[in-house]
Write a protein that binds this ligand. Structure first.
Ligand code: XMP
Length: 319
């Protein structure tokens, strides 16, 4: 019978058969696909799995801690967390062009992942969250690692220094099947049904140069936005929602006088395929509440705007 439980059992059997008693490395990003692979492999091979989680400093509010709490503490998965915020910020200093930022973030991510995984000298296999749409998209690409790079980091080419076999247990599955599998494996539905998050992370949601100060403000605003969407039961009705940091100062006035602070843009869209999208017609009362909370609770923000652009002509992300 073709049930999710059976697909999981079959996958576990195949993985065990393939890797035997060898050790396996997995790049864990906190996204759905790599998380489901982590849960599946943990069930299949336990401590033979080591995950490498590169914290770029460009993740959402407390996301790094959540990944560690979920996998390392709660599930007992072996996870090496690499705190690479300083390296990413240094590499991005002075860079304003969106495509350059993407290349820098993607390239550095791969370098750090390779540095860490080459320390795990006993590993024989590299596991990846490649899903069926990635297989079609990267048909013709030479290595499986192309997936990691192409889908998440938009850069090509990778040094072929790691001679690892590939384990890609989700290769035949579509995203919705991967989600069902994740829930069946015990991952929390809020994580499995999270909105998509781009590989370059907040790096492309801070317009122009990326600075820690900006990332910290953006994380707070984004967190308030998502928290209120969930509270108002609108999170699952929007396809993607997030805050964008605009490095422009605007005048504001509060009880203690005038302020001259940054602008946050809120973006929420409804879409089926992310190729075209409609801006989400969020209730005015919610937008009002969001603007008040963000300006009152975050020192450094004096104005909130809502993006009413469709795709096309605008893209979903601002960069
Ligand atoms: P755009 O902005 O092109 O976004 O309308 C369409 C979808 O793709 C996501 N996106 C990215 N995902 N790396 C990714 O992994 C990227 O560089 C990237 N840029 C955009 C975006 O979040 C949306 O879901």
């Amino acid at each position: 019978l073709w049930t999710t439980a059976n697909i999981i059992e079959e996958n576990i059997r195949l993985v065990r058969e393939k890797v035997g008693s060898d050790e396996v490395i997995l790049g864990l990003s906190g996204g759905v696909d790599s998380s489901v692979v982590a849960a599946l492999l943990h069930k299949a091979i336990g401590t033979q799995l080591t995950c490498v989680f590169v914290d770029t400093g460009l993740l959402r509010y407390r996301e790094g801690d959540q990944v560690m709490a979920m996998f390392a503490e709660h599930m007992g998965v072996k996870v090496i967390r690499v705190d690479a915020e300083a390296r990413f910020l240094a590499a991005l200093a002075g860079v304003t062009d969106p495509e350059k930022k993407r290349k820098i973030i993607g390239g550095l991510f791969i370098d750090i992942f390779d540095e860490e995984s080459s320390k795990l000298t006993s590993a024989k296999w590299l596991a990846q969250g490649t899903i069926y749409p990635d297989v079609i998209e990267s048909a013709g690409a030479k290595t499986g690692k192309a997936h990691l790079i192409k889908s998440h980091h938009n850069v090509g080419g990778l040094p072929e220094n790691m001679k690892l076999g590939l384990v890609e247990p989700l290769r035949e599955l579509f995203k919705d099947e991967v989600r069902v599998m994740g829930v069946e494996l015990g991952l929390p539905p809020e994580m499995v049904y999270r909105h998509p998050f781009p590989g370059p992370g907040l790096g492309v949601r801070i317009l122009g140069e990326v600075k820690k100060e900006y990332a910290d403000l953006l994380r707070l605003a984004d967190h308030i936005f998502i928290e209120e969407l969930r509270k108002h039961d609108l999170y699952d009705k929007t396809s993607q929602a997030f805050a964008v940091f605009l490095p422009v100062k605007s005048v504001g006035v509060t009880g203690d006088g005038r302020r001259y602070d940054y602008v946050i843009a809120l973006r929420a869209v409804e879409t089926i395929d992310f190729m075209t999208a409609r801006w989400a017609h969020l209730p005015y009362e919610l937008l009002d509440l969001l603007s008040r909370r963000i300006i009152n609770e975050i020192r450094g923000v004096s104005r909130v705007v809502y993006d009413i652009s469709g795709k096309p002509p605008a893209t979903i992300e601002w960069e």
